[in-house]
Ligand binder design. Structure first.
Ligand code: C5P
Length: 339
């Protein structure tokens, strides 16, 4: 791997997360909830840039720019120091230092494109992205185990290290890959109202709900009978599968922020929408569409109807079929021209 040199910079995307389904199946003695969730990531997200600097005062200097920089207190040095991106960089530097390797000073720029505290995992994705960038700059022989490091920073961070579709169980630490081998057009919509995750869990009445059954997951495997057919047929199967699943946090979130119901109704009304649901603990909701062009048209429509809402049309990142042992078909990208 070529190291980034002084004067050079490198930028990567910190992909937004969508909980396609989120079942709450129990609660531990310590109050944490047991989850069974299907997660995928979108090609849209925050952007993280690193630039090694030769003459800086600080090991890590973080600047936050972009449409949601304000929500992170980009002008407040205390908040910048406490940001998960700064903390992730410092924890990695400590590990590399323990291995006796010196870390050069670095300027990090976080372009905050995702709404904060909104159920799409922006903070965790930012932390994962900065770890990936800095390990390339500082790591070499001294590279620590990235999963161990990520879990120390937060339960949701390990799953963001590769942005592939996953099933998440336990309190978030049990991660397995799922065979979702298609890129799905989606629309994300947020009413610009943040919601605190603990408040949503506290408003959840029933903590012991059924998990996702193995039978239901079969709908995510690309069957041989669909080889050579249109990707839309596979998305139909995925939507059928998801329709039988739930987000158990949706009703408690709606009880706290009733606007979420309007967001879901607005997405559902758009031509081509196959399914609309809330992600995570809210307030961002997603719609699955048959075509990218329909998701884009829906975004334009919703922006016109609700000028105070945030929305973006994007696509999900599919499973890495090269690594998959069960599916040997080619990777499937959505191409509107074929439909
Ligand atoms: O993982 P995150 O930091 O977003 O969690 C925020 C809060 O959500 C936790 O402090 C806890 O109150 C609640 N939570 C939970 N069970 C989980 C994950 C989060 O009760 N599995």
């Amino acid at each position: 791997m070529n190291k980034i040199k002084p004067g050079e910079k490198k930028t990567i995307t910190a992909h937004a997360k969508i909980n396609l389904a989120l079942h709450v199946t129990g609660q531990r003695q310590d109050g944490y909830h047991l989850l069974d969730s299907l997660v995928c990531f979108t090609d849209f997200g925050d952007r993280l840039t690193i630039k090694p600097v030769e003459n800086g005062l600080d090991l890590v200097k973080l600047d936050i720019v972009g449409p949601f920089a304000d929500s992170l207190g980009y002008q407040d040095q205390e908040k910048i120091k406490d940001n998960l991106v700064t903390r992730a960089a410092m924890v990695l530097a400590e590990e590399i230092d323990k291995a006796g390797v010196a870390c050069c000073n670095v300027h990090i720029i976080l372009e905050k494109n995702l709404p904060v505290a909104s159920g799409i995992g922006g903070g965790s994705a930012d932390a994962a992205a900065v770890l990936l960038l800095l390990v390339e700059l500082w790591g070499g022989e001294a590279t620590p185990d990235m999963n161990d490091l990520a879990i120390k920073l937060g339960a949701d961070i390990p799953m963001c290290l590769d942005s592939r579709p996953k099933r998440i169980r336990g309190t978030g630490e049990l991660i397995s890959e799922i065979d979702l081998a298609v890129s799905i057009p989606v629309l994300l919509v947020n009413p610009n109202i943040p919601l605190s995750t603990p408040e949503v869990f506290a408003a959840l009445g029933s903590k012991n709900n059924p998990p996702i059954s193995e039978n239901e997951l079969v709908g995510f495997e690309f069957p041989d009978s669909l080889v050579n057919s249109n990707e839309a047929a596979f998305v139909d199967r995925v939507v059928d599968t998801l329709s039988a699943l739930r987000n158990d946090l949706q009703d408690p979130a709606v009880s706290l922020v009733p606007e979420i119901r309007d967001v879901i109704a607005s997405i559902r009304q758009q031509p081509g929408c196959r399914l609309a649901r809330m992600s995570g603990s809210g307030t961002t909701c997603f719609g699955i569409f048959g075509k990218k062009s329909q998701a884009r048209a829906a975004m334009i429509q919703i922006k016109e109807q609700h000028r105070d809402w945030w929305s973006i049309a994007c696509s999900t990142i599919m499973a890495d079929t090269q690594k998959s042992s069960t599916n040997h078909h080619d990777q499937r990208h959505f191409d509107d021209s074929k439909q």
